[in-house]
Design a protein around this ligand. Structure first.
Ligand SMILES: [Mg+2]
Length: 170
């Protein structure tokens, strides 16, 4: 299908709803995680307790983590430091380089790596280009710049077709 690269394989209402054991059963050993609106709300550095606990659970299961963000601001490093996970910033997702760098850091191969993010045209498209497992989460807030809001409108058109696709919900 022409737009196949834009579809996630798994959807979740929020990152902390994603089940570590289910990921392991799929052979996933590493997670590439988006920053803005996935781990923290955009324009904020509020880190929810549920998210911190989820990160701990993932680590406890022996799954590697790396944040990959298109953002350049300092708060990315701050959040990475608090969570004690590596970060690749200014990644230019959906370009492949940032994802590849993260896999090198985590030490996983493509089929062992999943990407978690809230945006189809960066996170999901990038994951599919590299054959990584794409997981879409609902954005933490929608107080976003106009370019992002424009992309959201396009994204929701795809979301409307998700029920026709073979997508797993967590
Ligand atoms: Mg995001």
């Amino acid at each position: 299908m022409m737009f196949g690269y834009l579809y996630p394989k798994i959807c979740a209402a929020a990152i902390h709803e994603i089940d570590a054991l289910k990921l392991k059963s799929k052979g996933i050993k590493g997670l590439i995680v988006d920053l803005d609106n996935t781990l923290i709300p955009s324009k904020s550095d509020y880190l929810a307790r549920e998210v911190r606990e989820w990160v701990e659970k993932i680590k406890k299961e022996g799954i590697g983590l790396c944040i990959v963000s298109n953002n350049w601001q300092k708060r990315g490093r701050k959040i990475a430091k608090i969570l004690d996970i590596p970060i690749v910033m200014i990644a230019f997702k959906p370009r492949k380089r940032g994802f590849k760098k993260a896999m090198k850091i985590i030490g996983t191969k493509r089929h062992e790596t999943a990407v978690i993010g809230d945006q189809i045209f960066t996170d999901i498209l990038g994951a599919n280009r590299l054959m990584l497992l794409p997981i879409l989460v609902e954005p933490l807030n929608l107080n976003e710049p106009i370019q992002t809001r424009f992309l959201r409108v396009l994204e929701y058109r795809f979301v409307n077709h998700f029920h026709e696709k073979d997508i797993e919900w967590m």
